[in-house]
Every structure is written in C-alpha cells, then in structure tokens.
Design a protein around this ligand. Structure first.
Ligand SMILES: [Zn+2]
Length: 416
C-alpha cells in the first residue's frame, strides 16, 4: 500500500512534541522564575533579543536574590539560544522554555528547551514568567486535528470558510438578490412567487459554486463538511443537489445557526462540537475494527511488543497501531551468548535485572529508550505507517490495557 512519505514523520514530530510538553508540564520553579517565550514566524529575532534584554535589566528589581539570579540566568540562556537563528524564526515560529526547576531535595536544575515549527503556527508573541512553563497553547495545537469545510447560509447571505484544528478561517461571502416575501403592487402573485423561487435557486447555485471552488481541490485532505443556517434553507440547499457530489458525501451534519455572516461560521463550529469529537475518533475506531476483525478471522494481526517488533523487522506490518497513552521504555539486553532480548518497563521505573530466557545467563543492558521511538524507527525503515490510537473509546482502551498499547495490521500472515 502506498503511504504518504510525509505522514509518518508528521506523526512522529507530534509525538515528540507531546513528550517534551509532558516533561515541561511537570517542572516547577520555587519562585516566579520559569520563562516561556512564544515567537511567531514573522517576528524578527532581533526584536525578541531586545525584549529579552529589557526583561533581563528589569529583573534586577526582583527582591528575592535567588529568584532574581534564576530569572536572569534563564534569560541569558534564551539569548544564547536565539544566536542560532538568523533574521526570523523557522516556519510556523517557535517556543523557548528556560528556567531553574525543582529537582528535589531543595536543589534546582537549569532546563532550556526549544520547540521549532509547532503543528500549527504560533499566532502571537508572548513573554511569560511564572512558577510553571506555559504549555497550554502548544497542547491545544496538538489536540487540534482535522480540516473541515464550513458553509452557513440563509436566503440573503452566505459565508464559506475552513476549520483547521480549532481555528476558523472565513474565506468568501455572497449576498443574494432574493426579494422579500412582500410583493410590490401590480405584480401578479404567481409571477412574484416564480421569480422569487428562481432567485433562491440562483443563489443556492452561487453558494454551491463558491463552496465547490474552495473545497473540491482539497477534498482528499478534507475530514468533512459542516452546513449551518436556519431551517428550511440549509435543508433545501442540501436536498437540492447543489453541492459537488464528492462534497455531498462528506457532509457530516447540518446545524441550526441564526447568523450567516462571518460570525455564523464560529456559531456553526460551536453547534457541531459533538459531531466533530465523534469524527476525530472515527478514524481511530475504524483502524481498531480492522485490527480486531483480522485477529478473529485470520492471522493478519499482531500485538504486544515482541511479536509486533518481529513482524516490523520482517517488513510484514502495514500499519503499526500505538496507544496515545503508552508511556513506556524498552530495555535492550545482550547476554554473554549473544542473545538479544527486550523488556518493556514503565517510564518511571528503574531498569530491571534480566536473565536470558534462552540460556539463563545474566544479560547486560545495551540501551534503554522510549518504546514508541524504538518501534517507529523500525517502522520508518520498513515503510510501515504508524497510527496513534486514542483511548477515548472502548477498543482504544483495550489496545492499551489488553495489548500493552502495541499492535499491528499485517500485510500478510507470518505465523509470528
Ligand atoms: Zn542467552
């Protein structure tokens, strides 16, 4: 099966982001001394340096000597990082975190992290100094997936736009020449009604054309189309076959909204929250359905670390399914007789001793790493697609609890 070459890397980047964010979230400063800076792509690095320099001199007024020193150290460290960049930050901007964090027993440790090119553009410059790092905006970016087409209309006006993640982008609007219900004197009632229907029909065609022009070229990346407006306008519009047939199949719902100007697009997204949440895990659901079907009816399924890893190495895995909530490391052991063995351990636990299962000799630790990165690295070499599966539905939970968070859909049966 052909896979999009960029897709595995995108998933991997997202995973790595999530990991760094979880790490940063756990850090605490003993005072208001952890600095976070969000830098949009169009912000000049020299402006940021200037801002940081100014904060550095203002920090001289901080009363607590320890906090003062820590804040200034953090700012110096940020300035050092900024030297690596030319005029502007990388595409989509970047975020820098720096500060002295509690490392237990009254000790502190200096931590600096830079996250470049987040999943969605950094929208505005933010300087934040607190006892925690500011991770919320990044977490929202990670939670946001999907591309949806938006249409709101009544008989007088219409707006179309995009929903990218959680961001609404109005694109085009149209207004109609549909006459009101009141006819002018001298016009026959019949003729008036006919003209009015014609005008409505023309307007629906115009709106559909606007939507088709915008959405059809993106239809393969589109996760759905939402339509909003008062009744019966939106129903007439959808029932009337105005939209391109491929878009019609992608309509995931119609919703009552009172406004059909730009603000109506936002109302539409609000009204569609439940449908959007379902949509988000639909793809995860269908992956798990396929996995269970293969497991029950044939042998084109694998699960657990050892079997999945062996299948991955053989190149027999079509899709690697990993639980989004899997937080484990794998320890690789070598025994004196050259047997390679693995143990999956909770990330917070110490590395266990290991006896070789084949020869019983005491094995030595070769390395310990994140189990997800370990498996994804093999998957990438073998052209296997990796899918992260949410635990927000029953079979997703089962993946984590019953299969150790690791499974695969095979290209062919391997007997492993
Ligand atoms: Zn051995």
């Amino acid at each position: 099966m052909a896979t999009d070459a960029d897709a595995p890397n995108e998933d991997r980047r997202k995973y790595e982001f999530r990991k760094v964010i979880e790490e940063l979230k756990d850090f605490e400063g003993s005072g208001t001394q952890l600095v976070t800076i969000y830098i949009p792509e169009d912000k000049q690095i020299s402006d940021v340096v200037q801002h940081v320099t100014q904060e550095h001199s203002e920090a001289a007024n901080i009363k607590s000597k320890q906090t003062r020193t820590n804040v200034q150290d953090a700012l110096t460290s940020i300035k050092d990082r900024l030297r690596y960049y030319d005029t502007f930050p990388p595409e989509k901007g970047m975020v820098i975190f720096s500060g002295a964090v509690d490392s237990g027993g009254g000790r502190t440790e200096m931590v600096t992290r830079t996250l470049e090119s987040p999943p969605q553009p950094v929208e505005s410059f933010r300087y934040h100094c607190d006892s925690n790092f500011l991770t919320d905006p990044l977490e929202h970016m990670l939670a946001d997936k999907g591309l949806f087409g938006l249409i709101v209309l009544d008989r007088r006006e219409a707006n179309v736009g995009w929903l990218r993640g959680k961001r609404v982008e109005p694109v085009k609007s149209a207004s109609s020449l549909v006459p009101g219900k009141q006819r002018k004197g001298g016009q026959s009632a019949q003729r008036f009604a006919r003209l009015r229907l014609e005008a409505i029909d023309n307007f629906y065609q115009e709106v559909a054309e606007m939507a088709n022009d915008l959405f059809v070229p993106e239809r393969h990346d589109l996760d759905g189309v939402l339509v909003g407006g008062p009744s019966p306008t939106k129903d007439e519009f959808l029932d009337g076959d105005y939209l391109h047939h491929e878009l019609r199949d992608q309509v995931i719902g119609k919703f009552d909204v009172s406004y059909t100007d730009e603000s109506g697009l936002y109302d539409l997204v609000d009204a569609a929250q439940d449908a959007l949440a379902d949509q988000e895990i639909m793809q995860d659901k269908s992956q798990m359905e396929e996995f269970f079907e293969n497991l029950h009816t044939g042998e084109e399924a694998t699960y657990g670390f050892d079997a999945t890893r062996r299948n991955l190495v053989m190149g027999s895995v079509d899709r690697l399914l990993l639980s989004e909530d899997l937080r484990s490391d794998v320890v690789v052991y070598d025994c004196p007789n050259d047997h390679e063995e693995f143990e999956v351990v909770d990330r917070r636990h110490a590395t266990p001793e290991h006896e070789c299962e084949e020869c019983g000799e005491k094995a030595e630790v070769r390395e310990r790493e994140d189990v997800i990165e370990h498996l994804m690295a093999i998957a990438e070499q073998r052209g296997t697609e990796t899918k992260f599966i949410s635990t927000d539905f029953e079979k997703g939970e089962q993946l984590l609890d019953a299969f150790g968070g690791i499974a695969g859909i095979l290209r062919y049966s391997t007997g492993v």
